[in-house]
Design a protein around this ligand. Structure first.
Ligand code: MN
Length: 251
């Protein structure tokens, strides 16, 4: 279920003058028709803009619908396509009029989202700062503490192609590491075994003393929570990087 649309323009602007019209506008047109979930909001916005153009309406209410369209996820490229397409049927001057409005709504002053920002929107844990253990990784990774009490948990995020070196979690007893993938796609591999694909929800138990590596797929970001398992005499040993040849075989 998507978030309910609540409209008060009718009540705000015509509540006293035309209470029935205001009520129908807010509670029926927006309350029911806009909240009907049989088509998505981008499609609804596209329909409204097309109909406004077809009827030659380029007034402030169309400006409102253009702002709504942007909020509903219609990109600058998409609105340019929609207006161009509709203009051919609605009339070329109408296209000019609506483009002048759309340019004010889809301004270039907002910085574009980086790939890191986009991945952050996909996962519920912070990506955090560039990994201080970066020297033991190929490519860029990030580290964010999730819990520093009771069970220490870190979220580790890998850019596409990034992986850590072969390594061993040593322990005299207990120890090892547990991973839970929380976003994107990646790999976990123990020495002498096939790599295991990591997708959100995948849990990996890494025993102490087993040489292994973990990281992103070549074409995807990946984040996993890393749990340090309590043990006696624990330490980490970092070994050689995972070669491009080994890594390149994984699809
Ligand atoms: Mn490990």
């Amino acid at each position: 279920m998507r978030e309910k649309i609540v409209q008060t323009a009718g009540k705000d602007q015509l509540g006293e003058f035309a209470p029935l019209f205001a009520d129908i506008n807010d509670n029926t047109l927006f309350g029911r028709v806009w909240n009907d979930e049989s088509i998505d909001l981008k499609t609804k916005s596209t329909i409204v803009i097309s109909v406004f153009m077809g009827r030659g309406l380029a007034d402030s209410s169309l400006k409102y619908h253009l702002m709504t369209a942007k909020k509903n996820g219609i990109t600058k490229e998409e609105i340019a396509g929609i207006i161009t397409h509709a203009a051919f049927y609605a009339g070329w001057p109408m296209g000019w009029a609506v483009f002048n409005m759309a340019k004010e709504v889809w301004t270039d002053d907002e910085p574009a989202l980086t790939e890191k920002d986009k991945f952050q929107q996909e996962i519920m844990f912070p990506i955090g700062e560039p990994n201080p253990y970066g020297q033991y990784f190929t490519g860029q990774s990030y580290l964010a503490p999730v819990s520093t009490e009771q069970v220490p948990i870190y979220n580790v995020t890998f850019e596409p192609g990034c992986r850590n070196n072969w390594h061993i979690h040593h322990a005299k007893s207990g120890g090892g590491q547990m991973l839970i993938c929380v976003g994107g796609r990646g790999w976990y591999q123990e020495e002498g075994k096939e790599a295991v694909e990591l997708t959100p929800g995948k849990v990996v138990h890494i025993p102490a003393e087993v040489k292994h590596w973990h990281g992103a797929a070549a074409d995807s970001w990946m984040a996993h929570l890393a749990f340090e398992v309590e043990g006696e005499g624990t330490s980490n040993e970092w070994c050689e990087p995972v070669s491009d040849e080994e890594y390149g075989k994984l699809k």
